[in-house]
Design a protein around this ligand. Structure first.
Ligand code: NCD
Length: 330
């Protein structure tokens, strides 16, 4: 079976294929009738064992726009709340012969675990604990490709500053893998408790291509200086088992992404945030709703990215090469 468990497992070409296919699906979302018959007769089960607004809605809309049958199972309304193991729940669902199982779970490694045990269903990781969130990194890249479409190097040779609670962030981890593959410089910025210096070590991300690409900064100004992209991360209080910052006010004073700071240190930067946002804590409303913000574009592109991933795993085809009534761009 084919799965999408993380960006770590992808090579440059596979990453580029997902991004290219997603571009074809962006156009479908602009049509009056936003539906293609590509996955008619296929079944997608969304199994979200952690809260989610955008990822879950986006996978559901993506499946429906591809004409698949989509079923949603949540944590509290599934039998795991009666003591059934995750694997038994997943095997039960597999017995109903779905084509894809989309999994979000608080345990890092949950999607890999299911992929190892389910032999007849493709697994998509929609966020596993503090580990990876591959479709988020893909939609971030598609959003940047749109923004930097006139740039000679496209989305390589960029400086990307990822700011905030990196330690607990699966979004950051998937983005680091993606940007290392794309040939970008990644700055991880935040207090040492949330951005441990070891993150810049080659051992941490376990691959040659990270040498010299990932740098860690506790000084906000130095970390975002000259950045082309500033990615804000949510302060993930629900994952913090310890006191990682002296107080939220102190964190905000030192690391909140504000217009004043951006115009001083990274005047040309665009801003991403995976959502949900804590306005006034990690990002100011002025930035979130301002001209630099690509946050709504991220959400919009999320649907196209998930369509591309569902389509690729179920059919092994390149969408843009199919005759589906889709008008190709020249
Ligand atoms: C993220 C997540 O759940 O990992 N949100 C998302 O999927 N868009 C980030 C977060 O929770 O902070």
């Amino acid at each position: 079976m084919r799965h999408l468990l993380g960006i770590e497992q992808l090579n440059r070409e596979e990453l580029a294929n997902y991004l290219n296919n997603a571009k074809s699906f962006v156009e479908v979302g602009t049509r009056d009738l936003k539906k293609v018959p590509a996955l008619r007769g296929k079944t997608v089960i969304n199994m979200f064992m952690e809260p989610s607004t955008r990822t879950r809605a986006s996978f559901e809309i993506a499946g429906k726009r591809l004409s698949a049958d989509v079923i949603n199972i949540g944590g509290s309304d599934s039998s795991t709340s009666k003591g059934e193991t995750l694997l038994d729940t997943a095997r039960t669902l597999q017995a109903m012969t779905p084509d894809v199982l989309v999994v979000r779970h608080k345990q890092s490694g949950a999607a890999h675990f299911l992929a190892r045990h389910l032999k007849r269903t493709s697994v998509i990781n929609a966020g596993d604990g503090m580990h990876e969130h591959p479709t988020q990194a893909l939609l971030d890249c598609v959003t940047l490709q749109q923004h930097f479409r006139d740039r000679n190097d496209g989305i390589s040779k960029l400086r990307i500053a990822i700011v905030g609670d990196v330690r607990h962030s699966r979004v950051a981890r998937s983005n680091v893998y993606a940007h290392a593959l794309l040939g970008n410089e990644v700055h991880l910025v935040g207090p040492p408790t949330l951005v441990p210096p070891e993150l810049s070590s080659i051992k941490c991300f376990g691959a040659k291509q990270f040498a010299n690409k990932v740098k860690v900064f506790s000084d906000f100004a130095k970390g975002i200086e000259g950045a082309d992209v500033v990615m804000a991360l949510r302060m993930q209080l629900e994952r913090q088992e310890d006191h990682f910052v002296p107080s939220l006010q102190e964190y905000t004073d030192a690391y909140c992404i504000t217009e004043k700071r951006l115009s001083t240190y990274a005047p040309n930067a665009v801003v991403l945030h995976p959502g949900p946002m804590n306005r006034g804590l990690e990002i100011s409303s002025e930035v979130a709703d301002g001209k630099r913000s690509l946050i709504e574009n991220q959400v919009n592109n999320g649907v196209a990215v998930r369509m591309a991933v569902l389509f690729a795993l179920v059919t092994s085809h390149n969408y843009s090469s199919l005759e589906t009534g889709h008008t190709k761009e020249s």
